[in-house]
Design a protein around this ligand. Sequence first.
Ligand code: SF4
Ligand SMILES: [Zn+2]
Length: 388
Amino acid sequence: MSDAQRLNLVGDSSSAVRLHDMIKAPENTEWAQEKKNSWDATEPATVYHTPEMMPDGTHTTAATVILRTKGCHWWWSSGCTFCGYFNDTRDDVESEDLHAQWEYSKQKLSGFKDMGMIKVYTSGSLLEDREIPVDFQETVLRECHEMGKHLIIESRTEQCNEEKLEWAASINPDFTVAIGLEAYDDEVLRFHINKGFTVNSWNRAVSNLQSAGLRVKTYLMFKPPFMSEGDSLEQCVKWITAVAEQSDEISVNPMNIQRGTIIDRLFRAREYRPPWLWSLVSLIERAHPLIHPEGGINGGDDQVSRLIIHPTAGGRVRGSHNCGSCDKHVVAAIERYSVSGDLLEFEGLDCDCKRIWMNEVKIDTSFPAVLGTGIARRGDILLNLRSP
Ligand code: SF4
Ligand SMILES: [Zn+2]
């Protein structure tokens, strides 16, 4: 890209800066381009394994394979306000590279021999032909089915059309599609997230997935940009209620700040802070009766869906955090709840900072303060109040 065409961080004086430009600009900076071209296209971004639960409630180990890809087609033309996946992509990844990455992953985890589940993530949609060559889509679908491993992939809604799902289910009849819905609210999708699809497109995708006999996992975003802590709590409970019946699993992703994104700019300008861990505990306590109407736990007969929260970078300033001294206990309890579905995980959990959080939520829900009213949670309170 020539200098004349290059987007800069503040736009030029000839036209107003659009959200689109603000999203795209960091990707075109030298540091981002340099990083992008430094990746080895034949090796995946990450491969690891974690304890997981199979669709039937039994415990297993899951492999997670995050492939190095061309990224997400929505990102190419616009992109979501919090998405930093462009940091991990390369523009020239082809089918042979992806096959090499797949072989590398199999080797690294001994042919997935002790794993019941394989999650294959592509920083976009596995079933999108513009992003992932069809022969590689087929390799993943077929091999996971032949190995008897439950496959989880990620997708936007557009790819979940009847024709594509019919094709995919003919190769692998039992896998899960995780969709980043983020919010069950068109206004939030448009103005806070810039998602590029609507709640109705999610409804259609889910109905197509169910007709194809496939499982649905729904990602919701906790505390999108331009939303206060208190509002986020109120809204997210509503979104869980709206999607629970149609989702086999709901994974709430508390915001974490990825480099070069809109949310990163807000964060550095002190106009946004990642969620409190206490908000996540409160969210779980309020959502639990919707997920287990009889007060049961995961695997019980009353389970409507499974609620999972993994606070990425939990306890760190760029992830969900509390005061600094209670964080690790609260993160651990949230992680335990995601497996057990048992509210007893939070029994006895307390800290002085809980009072500060409660006040913040109370004020946020009493005044129309879009960016929230909280102050920095760590460090000297007087210095925090004095700094701009
Ligand atoms: S749809 Fe997903 S991968 Fe694409 S820009 Fe949005 S968050 Fe990123
Ligand atoms: Zn604390």
